[in-house]
Each structure stands twice: as C-alpha cells, then as structure tokens.
Design a protein around this ligand. Structure first.
Ligand code: HEM
Length: 207
C-alpha cells in the first residue's frame, strides 16, 4: 500500500496537545455555564480549583493552537478551487453529484472554513477571557466585563459545535484519522479527496 506523509510527528503531537487542552478547558468551562453541569468540577478537584485552573488551561489551548496554526495557515488560504468546491458541496453531500469529490489542495473548502472559525473563536475567547480574569486583572469596567462574558460563552459554544463538525468529518471521510495518528494517508485517499495535493506530492522531488 503506497503511503504519503501528511503530518510530521511534531505537528501530530502539537494537535493532540491542543485536543487535550480543549477537552480540559471545555469541560471546566461548561461546569460554569449552567448549574446542571456543575458536577463537571469534580474532574478538576472541585469548584474553586476548577475556577483557578480553567483560565490556565484555556490559555494553554490557545498557545498550543497558535503553534499549530503557524504551520497550517498557508494551506488554509482560500483559492478559486475552494469556491467551486463550495458550489458543488450540496450535491456532494447528498450523493446527487455523480462525479464524486471535487478538486482540493491539501485542505478542502469545508476544512478551511472550520480552520478560520477555530482561529476567530479562539482569539475572541483569549481576549474576552483576559477581560474577566479576576486573579490577574481585578480592576475594570463592569459593563465591559459583562459584554466579555457573553462573547466568551458565545464563542465557546461556536468552537464546541465546530469541533463536533471537525471530529464528525474526520470519522466520516474514511482514511482521514490515520493522518493524525500515524502521519500518513494512502495514495488512493489522497488522489480521491485531495487530488491537487496528491499531484503536488507526486511531482515533488524526493528528499
Ligand atoms: C477528539 C478531537 C479531534 C479529533 C479526533 C481530530 C482529528 C483530526 C484529524 C483526523 C485531522 C487530519 C485531517 C486532514 O488532514 O485532512 C485533524 C486536523 C486538524 N485539527 Fe483536529 N481533531 C480533534 C480536535 C481538534 C481541536 C480541538 C482542534 C483545535 C481547536 C483541532 C484542530 C485541527 C487543525 C487546525 C487541523 C489541520 C486541518 C486544517 O488546518 O484545516 N482538532 N484533526
């Protein structure tokens, strides 16, 4: 079975660190979202500890994502191929489009949208989080803090929904998961889902 390298070890480790911190920051954040979810604080040593740890885990997640995004943003820039992909996507998803998957470079238009939603929602979480991090920033305008809390919750909800889509897509497109577990994908997978990237990889001189 011919294989193509999609991610280096460092990128995969970076990705799974982001996942771990996302789960920690997400679950501890949900604990404060509604009283019915307060039981989640048991995972972090009770209410006060969850309150202390949540901002650090969130900050860690944003920092780890920043390093991942530094390596990936170029491959997520929008091209004319992506606009075509978007136009064809309803037919592709419903199965009506008989020609199958549309051309894509390393990432398709759907993945690119997910990437930029992650970037924007994490930036909003970071900025608004600082605005009501009482341990370090006790002063501040109460109205600004209230607005920050609402924006923080809204972007957390958007990020969680986006990650659910991201994970669903990773499972739905068979053969994608191994890209992040082993770093490689099959030649057939690449030719089918990312034909332009596949072509680039084949034309690239071997190191
Ligand atoms: C259990 C949760 C997760 C699973 C199973 C998962 C799985 C995957 C897989 C299989 C890929 C490779 C897709 C491909 O190369 O075509 C990938 C890529 C990626 N993942 Fe995740 N992921 C998870 C959570 C996250 C989280 C929480 C973030 C960030 C907040 C994230 C950010 C990314 C990014 C930026 C890429 C590169 C794709 C791109 O830049 O568009 N992932 N993930």
């Amino acid at each position: 079975m011919a294989l193509l390298q999609r991610y280096r070890d460092s990128q995969r480790i970076n990705h799974w660190i982001v996942v771990l911190l996302f789960l920690c920051a997400g679950l501890s954040g949900l604990a404060f979202f509604h009283p019915s979810l307060f039981f989640l604080t048991n995972l972090f040593g009770g209410g006060p500890w969850t309150r202390v740890l949540h901002p650090y885990m969130g900050l860690g997640m944003v920092l780890a994502f920043f390093f991942l995004a530094l390596k990936m943003w170029r491959d997520n820039l929008w091209t004319s191929v992506d606009s075509t992909w978007m136009r064809q996507s309803p037919g592709m998803i419903s199965g009506a489009h008989k020609e199958g998957v549309q051309p894509a470079h390393k990432y398709n238009a759907g993945q690119k949208i997910v990437f930029w939603v992650m970037v924007v929602s994490l930036l909003i979480l970071l900025v608004t989080g600082f605005m009501f991090w009482h341990a370090w920033f006790p002063e501040g305008n109460i109205l600004m803090r209230r607005i920050a809390v609402v924006l923080h919750s809204a972007s957390a909800a958007i990020l969680i929904l986006t990650i659910i889509i991201h994970v669903y897509a990773a499972i739905w497109v068979k053969g994608s998961f191994r890209a992040m577990t082993r770093g490689t994908v099959t030649d057939t997978w690449a030719a089918h889902h990312h034909p332009l990237w596949h072509k680039e990889m084949k034309e690239r001189p071997r190191a």
